[in-house]
Design a protein around this ligand. Structure first.
Ligand SMILES: Nc1ncnc2c1ncn2[C@@H]1O[C@H](COP(=O)(O)OP(=O)(O)OP(=O)(O)O)[C@@H](O)[C@H]1O
Ligand SMILES: [Mg+2]
Length: 217
């Protein structure tokens, strides 16, 4: 691999992103591939501080939609320059749990910030660092919330996870719309299937796309 590959995972709460990211990471590492796994917001010292800030349940400091967006983008801008670009330059396979599409699906589609405004600042944050492959785990929001409640107990302490099912319906529609617009980058998976089935599909798709990318290089 001369230059690395950048893979992202997207989908709403409880869709199984973190589960699939760790299964894929483990499997690729066992094959001896150089893998760097990151998450958003976070992944750098600055980003992890921003993550804590964003996820605080302290409603007194709950940011307005515009401020929240800029916090996510600050974390992402740092992650791109400090971690993702150097790793790709070194030929690594970079896997990121959420990335630029989360911004469009959450802040754009669900919080109704205009896409004309979000698009350019999102692009400013990531520069030319666009994923080669994005796995979208598509799930009924009610099922996602059920999984989250099973994980945390009924009272989740994550501000985002307290949003209504209607909010997550908009997030889901926002993601599916993005996937329709960029079918070459997105692979949409039915996340209602078992963890093992979804993992198998992701692995097969990744192998196929890696083959295609190498041929085109
Ligand atoms: N395909 C699946 N079937 C049933 N349960 C699943 C499946 N995938 C993940 N889970 C379970 O659902 C819960 C949420 O999964 P996970 O944390 O991977 O989701 P996530 O998309 O990363 O959520 P978040 O957006 O909150 O980070 C976990 O308890 C996990 O074990
Ligand atoms: Mg997760």
């Amino acid at each position: 691999m001369k230059r690395g590959i950048f893979v992202t995972f997207e989908g709403s709460e409880g869709a199984g992103k973190s589960t699939q990211v760790s299964l894929l990471t483990e499997r690729l590492r066992k094959l001896g591939l150089p893998v760097l796994t990151l998450r958003e917001p976070g992944g750098t010292e600055l980003g992890e501080e921003i993550r804590l800030l964003i996820r605080r349940v302290d409603f007194a400091i709950a940011p307005c939609a515009e401020a929240e967006l800029l916090l996510f983008l600050a974390s992402r801008a740092q992650l791109v320059r400090e971690k993702i670009l150097p790793a790709i330059h070194d030929g690594m396979l970079v896997i990121c749990d959420r990335y630029c599409d989360s911004t469009i699906a959450y802040q754009g589609a669900a919080r109704s910030l205009s896409l004309e405004k979000i698009g350019p600042i999102n692009a400013f944050a990531v520069g030319k660092c666009i994923p080669n492959i994005t796995f979208l785990l598509d799930l009924d929001p009610a099922e996602g919330l059920r999984r989250i409640h099973l994980r945390h107990g009924k009272e989740s302490d994550d501000r985002m996870e307290r949003e209504s099912v209607a909010f997550f319906e908009k997030v889901r529609a926002g993601y599916l719309n993005l996937a329709k617009r960029e079918p070459d980058r997105f692979a949409v998976l039915d996340a209602h299937k078992s963890i093992e089935t979804v993992h198998g599909e992701i692995y097969d798709l990744l192998c196929q796309r890696l083959g295609d990318l190498m041929e085109s290089n």
